[in-house]
Design a protein around this ligand. Structure first.
Ligand SMILES: [Zn+2]
Length: 370
């Protein structure tokens, strides 16, 4: 099993300079390798696989940074090409620009070159040495450190995502269907569950949204390109990052709650919902509320505990079935119908909760028949 933990790090000025150099060198070798591959292909009609080492003579500054970071650029370029050749619709590898690309690099652990010092709150990285870190979570005994990815956000905060590998035997929970929950996606919140609970978005969202609006208003009065303008941009980036962090935190908490309390969670696959929502003009809400990320977190948290995650069939009409008597009512398909009464059995149904109950039933059925 693999697990990544992302730590906030606080590099010294000297280390920040080195990181900036490393980001730049990674971009440079990526572009050089891409250019060479393209040129050779166009002029000689053959493919080639250049390595970062061959550019070090012409660009000696490449020697100043972590060589494994450069080697990983080669690997990811290979991956980008194989994706491009194999998967229909995947884009051709692109050149990386200073502005458009992510400021990050990945390095590998070779016998302790990368290490987490939990006692002193430090992370060791090749060339950079010991970097101060906030170790909010410690790796467990027996976890093997594989690699680390250093990144800088737009507002200038640094993170180090450390990847660990470990063996763990998880005993599967018996009869998870006896303690199952169904979840239905909610475009103006997160989900409604089969127990009748509705999980909206947390209250502090509105507060940070106001902060964002204020920061954006301030930007309008600044002169483009001035140092005050740049400062205001950084401020906006900071609020955006804060919102993203709050959301991630919220999704972690909610998924952990469910994974602790239930042995099985049944959900609908999201792509169907996205399609369904497009026609109603609220596609933005779908992309915003992090449901996809929530499902990923929930899936691995359940797996960690030997529990079951079921994604039910795409075309199951969860919102049109009366969860009491099981008859299908296609006329309630429109999203505006929030509450309805079943003409067959007279049950009073809330759209979201009813759908969640159906998702649960269908999930259990699919699990038991698999
Ligand atoms: Zn009914």
């Amino acid at each position: 099993m693999n697990r990544a933990i992302k730590y906030r790090i606080y590099p010294t000025e000297e280390q920040q300079v080195l990181f900036a150099k490393t980001f730049g060198c990674c971009r440079k070798v990526w572009n050089l390798m891409l250019d060479e591959r393209e040129t050779v292909y166009l002029t000689e009609g053959r493919s080639c696989r250049p390595t970062p080492a061959k550019y070090k003579k012409e660009y000696p500054y490449l020697k100043e940074v972590d060589s494994l970071a450069l080697a990983n650029e080669q690997l990811s370029l290979e991956q980008a090409y194989s994706l491009y050749f194999k998967v229909k619709g995947a884009g051709h590898p692109k050149y990386k620009s200073r502005k458009g690309s992510r400021a990050s690099y990945t390095t590998n652990n070779q016998n302790g070159t990368v290490a987490v010092d939990a006692e002193r709150g430090l992370i060791r990285l090749p060339k950079a040495g010991m970097v101060k870190a906030k170790l909010h979570r410690r790796p467990e005994k027996g976890w093997k450190l594989k690699s680390a990815t250093v990144s800088m956000t737009k507002s200038g905060s640094y993170y180090c995502s450390v990847l660990f590998e470990f063996d763990r035997e998880v005993k599967p929970v018996e009869h998870p269907e006896d303690n199952a929950i169904g979840l239905d996606y909610k475009s103006n919140g997160l989900y409604a569950d089969s127990e009748g609970n509705v999980c909206g978005s947390p209250k502090y969202y509105r507060k940070t949204q106001q902060k964002l609006a204020k920061a954006q208003r301030k930007l309008r009065h600044k002169i483009r390109g001035s140092s005050n303008y740049r400062k205001a941009c950084r401020k906006i980036a900071k609020v955006h990052e804060h919102i993203a962090n709050q959301r991630k935190d919220f999704l972690h908490k909610k998924s952990a709650e469910i994974a602790n309390q239930y042995d099985m969670a049944c959900v609908e696959s999201l792509d169907m919902k996205t399609i369904a929502n497009k026609g109603f003009g609220n596609g933005k809400a779908t992309l915003d509320n992090g449901y996809g990320m929530f499902l990923n977190l929930l899936e691995y948290k359940l797996a960690d505990r030997g529990k079951v995650f079921v994604k039910i069939d795409k075309w199951y009409p969860s919102s049109q079935i009366c969860s009491c008597c099981g008859t299908v009512h296609p006329d309630v398909k429109v999203l505006s119908v929030r509450k309805w009464t079943c003409p067959d059995c007279g049950a009073e149904l809330d759209r979201d909760v009813n759908a969640a109950v159906n998702v649960k039933k269908e999930g259990i059925r699919e699990y038991l028949s698999a």
